[in-house]
Design a protein around this ligand. Structure first.
Ligand SMILES: Cc1cc2nc3c(=O)[nH]c(=O)nc-3n(C[C@H](O)[C@H](O)[C@H](O)COP(=O)(O)O)c2cc1C
Length: 190
């Protein structure tokens, strides 16, 4: 038995689908969502579900206490302001006993060449010392930008996987086989 087969995993993710309606989407709404059986998921949410399904991991969605607007330009304004203010939005709910987990899959959309600020809130709030942290991102093409280095800086005593999983929003809908192949390649599933 290898170490990973007894390790306990958690998928932590943030995702901001820009609509809840599966029909008549604007271009921006279409680009930020995946529709499965009529249900609207965010891009990162979809990847999070696939990782959890295939690894048996628990899942925790990071959500702000003050919800973000669905409207694209309002969302852009808020995201930009949070970044320029180095703001830490408060997270609704908490992970139950983070100590029980060995592996944390850590997923987010790229927002302005960085993680959304709420990911900083999470890393401030939780000590991931001794855990394997596996970043994953969805984006319009920027990939991780410098976020993996930021995660390493904020969690210096975690083992942060430096070649995390990056998926373009243009292919996310068809990415399940690639995600599974990646999980196998990295030894997270057999
Ligand atoms: C406020 C905001 C800023 C973004 N900035 C970038 C960016 O700098 N680079 C990029 O490639 N994509 C950027 N995007 C696109 C998202 O990364 C992409 O649509 C992502 O897949 C959304 O994931 P989600 O549906 O899980 O929220 C941005 C999207 C938003 C809403």
């Amino acid at each position: 038995m290898d170490a990973n087969s007894t390790a306990k995993s958690l998928v932590v993710y943030f995702s901001m689908p820009e609509t809840t309606e599966p029909e008549n989407m604007s271009r921006e709404e279409e680009l930020s969502t995946v529709v499965i059986d009529g249900e609207v998921l965010g891009n990162t949410q979809y990847v999070a579900y696939i990782i959890a399904e295939n690894t048996g991991a628990d899942i925790f969605r990071i959500e702000p206490v003050t919800p973000y607007p669905l409207d694209h330009s309002e969302l852009e304004n808020i995201a930009q302001k949070e970044q320029s203010d180095n703001f830490r939005p408060e997270i609704a709910g908490t992970v139950e006993d983070i100590g029980q987990y060995d592996i944390i899959f850590f997923g987010f959309p790229n927002w302005y060449y960085d993680m959304p600020m709420i990911m900083y809130s999470f890393l401030d709030q939780y000590d991931l010392t001794g855990k394997t942290v596996v970043p994953f991102v969805t984006s319009g093409g920027s990939g991780f930008s410098d976020a993996i280095n930021t995660i390493k800086d904020m969690e210096p005593d975690a083992d942060v996987v430096t070649d995390g999983l990056s998926i373009s929003r243009n292919v996310v809908q068809d990415s399940e086989p690639d995600i599974i192949e990646w999980l196998i390649e990295k030894g997270f599933i057999q």
